[in-house]
Design a protein around this ligand. Sequence first.
Ligand code: SAM
Length: 473
Amino acid sequence: MIKYDPKSMKAEEFINDEEIQATLKYADENKDNLELVDKIIEKAKERKGLSHREASVLLACNDKKKVEEIYDLAEQIKKDFYGNRIVMFAPLYLSNYCVNGCLYCPYHMKNKTIPRKKLTQEEVAKEVIALQDMGHKRLAIEAGEDPVNNPIEYILDCIKTIYSIKHKNGAIRRVNVNIAATTVENYRKLKEAGIGTYILFQETYHKEGYEYLHPTGPKSNYAYHTEAMDRAMEGGIDDVGIGVLFGLDKYRYEFAGLLMHAEHLEAVHGVGPHTISVPRVKRADDIDPSDFDNSLSDEMFCKIAACIRIAVPYTGMIISTRETPKVREEIIRLGVSQISGGSRTSVGGYAEEERPHDTEQFDVSDNRTLDEVVNWLMRAGYIPSFCTACYREGRTGDRFMSLCKSGQIQNCCHPNALMTLKEFLMDYASPDTKKIGEELIEKEIDNIGKEKVKDIVRERLVKIENGERDFRF
Ligand code: SAM
């Protein structure tokens, strides 16, 4: 028997199968125990989070009234920690060369129908210019795993290129990185290159399922993959982003595993995940999502997001364009704080006039432009934020978390959101988006708590009108 220990550095001890099975049993036994459900909801109201066992009871509970209470609380917690801001980003696919055999991903090595492509530095520059011209300031770079075609030096070169491009008023100010699990030494190099968050999806926490889905290649090593965030933190990266690819395995198992991973990071490193992503498997080149019979309804997907929100209240939550506008709207309400917009999931897709499909990693379900997404968010009462200030001001890891937990982060985020939105309106927005945005900024200035900060923001907004850029608190 393998013992459960959140402080262990061994994958099978901190993501412990027996503990997850016991958790699911406990959740089943207690899902109608409304007294316990109430107690857990009361605890969640303290905004200090829930254990994987407690949160699993809430996820299993089907009582209509209690589920409504959970949703209301998720919405409230989201407002308390993240206000009405939504941070914007875009993925940038660098290379689809890959030596792994992941059954759900079209980049798998045996796929001979998909054209293989790796951006040259000139092509990276073209992509970045196209992304800057849309208004993006924050990217997540993506690449297949291939030590020959995409070695760490290639990734580092791309990061350097991305940060170096200053086209018109544009700049990419934060590069998050989503590449395969690697060594402490390589994580150190990424840290030195000035990355924001290191993101790695677990895909599934279920070891047997994981091994079935990853039959070949370096990614087939469950422990090496699961322990990656510990190596990343050892390498000095203090903002890490975790996630599950929902639809591959049983969602209740994944949910418990995800929370146990967050608990492990907090227990060992004193800081939990900076972000949690909730991607779902999508159709792609030679991939049919119905081959995995663990798909979940939109309702359950949203319930998972709400339960994550109240279980890990301080963590940013990310939703991509894998989801439709309708699902995105609901899930943003329930807890998501960061979304992609205008995304292209093909290698070199942004520099093309028409959306290319040949090298795509998955079908995009929200095909709107960034301007349309920004417009839609503002009409729904949100402030689209292009802010990248935290890590540039050294607010990372436990510094960020303690500011976030105490609610103080609002004093920086709200004004920064307004100033970066103003930049977007000046440089990239359509006339209608600009009009709505200007009204929104005017209204939201009043929600800045401190008079002095209000005055500074007003001054800076005028400076932005006059051509200055990149103000931040
Ligand atoms: N190659 C790196 C790795 O293996 O972790 C990371 C980059 S990969 C381009 C980004 C993520 O896309 C994967 O971690 C996986 O969760 C997701 N993905 C792969 N195939 C997908 C599909 N068919 N639908 C939706 N997401 C998919």
